[in-house]
Design a protein around this ligand. Structure first.
Ligand code: ZN
Length: 119
């Protein structure tokens, strides 16, 4: 058995490896070349410097009064918004915001949907 394994290893080490300079020059295309539609617009926005084109990052609430509500940008008529009412809260209070009607969270902060041009 040991001699069989030794012969297999010896044959495997003698096998030539074929390489070609032509194959070495090929490389994968950039992901921007393959992307289409929304993904391409997202990549172009990232190149332009906008790392959050869909406004998905968490932002800190402002005063949040009825006269000066927290403004939530959206390209649609409504958007689902989550409010972390207290700093140590382990749950998120989700609510739908509709354009034209500011909404008050259970914690007392007001939110308003503002129009944003889609990417
Ligand atoms: Zn809240």
């Amino acid at each position: 058995m040991a001699s069989l394994c030794g012969r297999i290893l010896l044959q495997a080490s003698r096998r030539p490896i074929y390489t070609s300079a032509r194959c070495g020059s090929k490389s994968l295309a950039d992901s921007l070349d393959h992307a289409t539609g929304l993904e391409k617009r997202e990549l172009l926005a990232a190149i332009a410097g906008d790392d959050d084109p869909f406004d998905l990052k968490v932002f800190k609430r402002g005063p949040g009064t009825k006269d000066c509500p927290n403004q939530v940008p959206s390209a649609f008529e409504s958007r689902l918004v989550g409010c972390i009412c207290e700093e140590e809260a382990t749950t998120i209070n989700w609510m739908w915001l509709k354009r034209g009607s500011p909404r008050r969270c259970e914690c007392g902060y007001w939110f308003k949907l503002i129009e944003k041009t889609p990417i």
